[in-house]
Structures are given as C-alpha cells and as structure tokens.
Ligand binder design. Structure first.
Ligand code: NAP
Length: 494
C-alpha cells in the first residue's frame, strides 16, 4: 500500500502539532518540515505524534529553508531519532556525516533536482541505493510531461528492490504524485492546502482523496485524463472522477499538461493510459496519431476523445455530436421539423463555431456563418458551401436556429450579448455555447422573447457524458456530472 504523507510547513511547533491533529485518518503519515519552523521543539514534535512521522530539515542548497550550520542541521535529525521519529530525511550528500541513528528510526535518503529530470536517472538511483537507505527518495523537476514517464519507468524497474519514492515536481509532474499507488511507490506527498505547498505541483490532501481517490489507486487502476495546454483550470477532472466514483470503476482521470502529443501518447499508452479528453491546442494534431477515427472527426479533422483498447487508438468527436443532439432536441421541441427546412445562423467561426457548423451543415436547409473577423466567416463558409456575413449583416437572414459560438457574454462580461434583442422571435431556437454563466444575457432575452433555448451547460455535460460512455460502455451519470459542473462554476446544487 502506498502511504499518503502530508508535508507540514507551519511556523511554530504548536501549529505543526495542531495541523497534524486536524488531519483525517486517510492521511497515513506527516512530514514535519522543520526547516520552515524557526526554533522547532523537535522532541515535542516526535513525542506528540498521532501517526508515523518524517522529520526533514532541508538546507537551502537542496531547496529547503534551513540557513544554519550543517552540524546543527544534522544534530536536529539525530535528536529526532532519539525522540522516536519514525523516519528522518537526509540528503544524499550528507548521509555519510549523519552516522548511525538511535532507536528504530529509519533513514530516507533523498535526491532533489529543481531544474530538470537528469538524463541518467538510473545513475541517480544507483547512488541512492549505494547509500544503503531504508527508503530512497528522488524528486526531480519535470519540464515536460514526458519527464514523468521516465520517473514511472524508474519506479517500475526498482520498486521491489527497496522502498522507493519517485516524484516529478511541477505541473507536468502531477501524475506521478497521484499515480504513486499504481506504480508501487512507498509514499506520495500532499500539501495541507495549495498556499502551503512544500514543493511545486503538490496536490492538497483533500483533493488527493476527494477528487482522485488516492487510497483506492492500485496496480489495476485505469488511467484517463485531459490532454491540454494550459490545463490547470479544466473542470474535466472534477466531472470524470466523480462519474468514475459513482459508477464504482477502478479508474482515475488526470490533468495532463501536454506540449508534444506523440511522445506523450506513446509513453502514457505504454504505462496504461486508456482514454483521453483532448482540447486546445491538440484537437487537430492528435488525429494523425489515431489508428481509426469516427466519421465526424474525419470530416472536421479534429477530435476531442481518444479511446485506447488492445493497443488500438480510436478518435472521436463528441463535441459535434453533443451539440447537434441539443440543437435537434430543442428544434423538435420548438416544432421546427424537418431541419432541412430550417435556416441556421452560427455566430462565431472559432473552434466552437467550426464544430457546430460542420455538424449542422449536412442537416439544415440553409447555413449562414457570421463572424466579427469576416474573413474567418468566409473561409469556414467556403469549406462547407455555406453563406457568410459580418455581425451587422446577420439580422436579415431571419434564422430559425441561432447559435452563439463566440465567447461574448462569458464571465466576467456577463452583460454582453452577441445578438441584438430585436432579432429574437418566439418560434426560434437559440443555442448558446457559453456556459459560464449558465444563464447568459442572450439566453435570458431569448426566453423573454419566447424562444426555445439550449444552454451551453447542456452541451458541456453531454460531450463529457458521451466520452465517458465511449470509455466505459456504461450510461453516464448526467445528473451528477451537471451538479459537479455547477459546483465548479460556483453555483449551488439546486
Ligand atoms: P475561439 O476559437 O477563441 O473563438 C472565439 C470566437 O468568438 C471567434 O469567432 C471570435 O471572433 C469571437 N469573439 C470573441 N470576442 C468577440 C467579441 N468581442 N465580439 C464578437 N465576436 C467575438 O473560442 P471557442 O473555443 O470557439 O469558444 C467560443 C465560446 O464557446 C467560449 O465561450 C467557450 O467557452 C464556448 N465553448 C463551449 C463549449 C461547451 O461545451 N459548452 C465547448 C466549446 C466552446 P473573431 O474570429 O473575430 O476573433
């Protein structure tokens, strides 16, 4: 079993102890980072522990906060051993000076590199192993997500030889913290909260358990994730992890900051990746890495979903299918059948506009693209044999179906609308791509005008639900997924 260890960096001994006592039982260990505590009472920390502890006094040369003499630093670790610490962490370059420890205290011999993942990690591991540690720890900076692949490979190669902690620091290394249990590491570190993180990329202990279900991750856990750059604010981990938990599946969904698609996909597939959500900027470049793609992906040249089964990569576009589904249902509700008799106006010619226009093009009688930058409307219309106009020319088309595929109306400029109120008629369907806020000014005015509306939230949830259904072949818990999105957007559950 891989332990979850919270690193505490409080500034007084009392605060360290009360932070430890506040932690729930699923936190197996704590690390007292006494280099952040001026004048720590080391023996009080050890005597009052309520679970196994590591005492660490990291010097500044290894990225810590301790400024005093080496002799004082190593004395504090010897004192911790005498007072009953379960582990002390000593850096590879100081282990020979530390000498034998009192009692049962075990040595974690550690290596840190805050600038890179060294080319020869095996060499670093050998040096750690030669120091005869009870636990070896290696924490190295990931400058690219492929650096984390080398850390997983090291764990795979050596975890049975001695208890091993191997972590990639930084945003590109988050997967190594969450998946420590899948690869048999001795422990993973978490922080108390993001403001008090002891290392870049540490996830809070609450997120580790509540979001990623760290304690349930084992060798059989299937890996999924969202490949994007940037990825930090993606809501997809919250939605899909909640859905996996609801369905009782041994699977975890990670935020994966990917810069180069091919080496990432090859490496993570080898490690057990089963599926991906793909978003900006990789929707197009991933297509060429698939063995097979669905018809919508083929047509638009962009995918948002990858399913990997038996070494075969399948690409899908659930963005288009989910948007079409919402539009078709709203049109049916509004009595606009058949679609082939309808005029659809897509306002916006970016990623969302392209996807929706491609989806609607074979279905509707007349398709018009309007965009602020008129050349983009003209180009997209040219690809689809559609009509186009600038934003001031759109009213004359009197559309039956109006799509906002611009970001106008999105938080924080919630009082903006891409469409003048006068254009809205009661027999119209109005679809808004924007989902933050859930009720945009456009949707509010469309409802007041008696239109049938389809909110962006429904699109967002449905494209994610369709992904989950591809991966799991189970019905997605749409209600739960909607609640999670609302919660993430700051709305209540009602
Ligand atoms: P994008 O590729 O950056 O395209 C942005 C579009 O908005 C372009 O057509 C742009 O026109 C237009 N635009 C931006 N500011 C404007 C302004 N002040 N006035 C008029 N037009 C303006 O973005 P995207 O990926 O298509 O996303 C567009 C919106 O759809 C976003 O709000 C996004 O959150 C939402 N979306 C929702 C979902 C969902 O699942 N609900 C999925 C995808 C996207 P120019 O070409 O002139 O710059």
């Amino acid at each position: 079993m891989t332990n979850l260890c919270v690193s505490l960096t409080e500034s007084t001994t009392e605060d360290m102890l009360s932070a430890m006592r506040s932690l729930p039982n699923h936190v197996d260990m704590v690390e007292f980072r006494i280099d952040y505590t001026p004048n720590p009472d080391v023996s009080a920390l050890c005597r009052n522990k309520d679970r196994p502890i590591i005492v660490t006094n990291r010097p500044q040369r290894e990225g810590g906060g301790f400024e005093g003499s080496e002799e004082n630093r190593l004395s504090s670790l010897r004192e911790a051993a005498e007072a009953g610490a379960d582990f002390v962490d000593v850096e590879l370059d100081s282990v020979s000076e530390l000498g034998e420890l009192a009692g049962q205290t075990r040595k974690i011999v550690s290596y840190h590199n805050f600038s890179e993942t060294p080319a020869n990690l095996e060499n670093v591991y050998s040096r750690l192993a030669d120091a005869d540690p009870e636990v070896a720890k290696l924490a190295v900076m990931a400058n690219d997500i492929t650096d984390s692949i080398r850390v997983f490979d090291l764990l795979n190669a050596h975890r049975t030889e001695l208890p091993l902690i191997a972590l990639s620091m930084g945003e590109e290394g988050i997967a190594t913290r969450i998946l420590s249990g899948k690869f048999g590491a001795f422990l993973s570190f978490a922080c108390l909260d993001e403001e008090r993180s002891a290392a870049e990329g540490q996830v809070s202990f609450r997120e580790m358990e509540n979001l990623y279900r760290f304690s349930k991750i084992d060798a059989n856990t299937e890996i999924y994730g969202v490949a994007a750059d940037p990825v930090a604010h993606s809501m997809s981990p919250a939605i899909h992890n909640a859905a996996f938990a609801e369905l009782g599946l041994n699977a975890v969904y990670l935020p994966l900051r990917v810069k180069q698609t091919r080496p990432f996909l090859d490496g993570y597939e080898r490690l057990g990746l089963r599926g991906l959500s793909v978003t900006i900027p990789h929707k197009q470049s991933m297509v060429g890495l698939m063995d097979e793609v669905d018809e919508l992906t083929e047509r638009i040249g962009a995918l948002n979903t990858i399913n990997i089964r038996d070494g075969h990569r399948y690409g899908y576009n659930t963005d288009i299918a989910a948007a079409l589904d919402s539009i078709e249902r709203a049109a049916e509700h509004a009595g606009l059948a058949p679609l082939s008799d309808c005029t659809a106006l897509v306002v916006g010619a970016g990623g969302a506009g392209r996807a929706i226009a491609y989806g609607l093009s074979p279905k509707v009688g007349r398709l018009v693209i309007a965009n602020r930058t008129e050349s983009r409307a003209e180009n997209l219309a040219g690809e689809l044999n559609a009509e186009w106009c600038g934003l001031d020319g759109m009213a004359e088309y009197e559309p039956d179906i109006l799509i906002n595929a611009t970001s106008v109306g999105m938080h924080p400029r919630v009082e903006d609308s891409p469409v003048p109120r006068e254009m809205l008629r009661p027999d119209m369907v109005v679809f808004d791509s924007v989902y933050n806020p859930i009720e945009t000014r456009l949707l509010r005015e469309a409802e007041q005008a008696g239109c049938t509306t389809a909110p962006g939230l429904e699109w967002f949830v449905n494209q994610g639900a369709a992904q989950l259904e591809i991966w799991t072949e189970r019905e997605a818990p749409r209600k739960l997924m909607t609640e999670v999105v609302k919660r993430e957007l700051g709305y209540g559950n009602d």
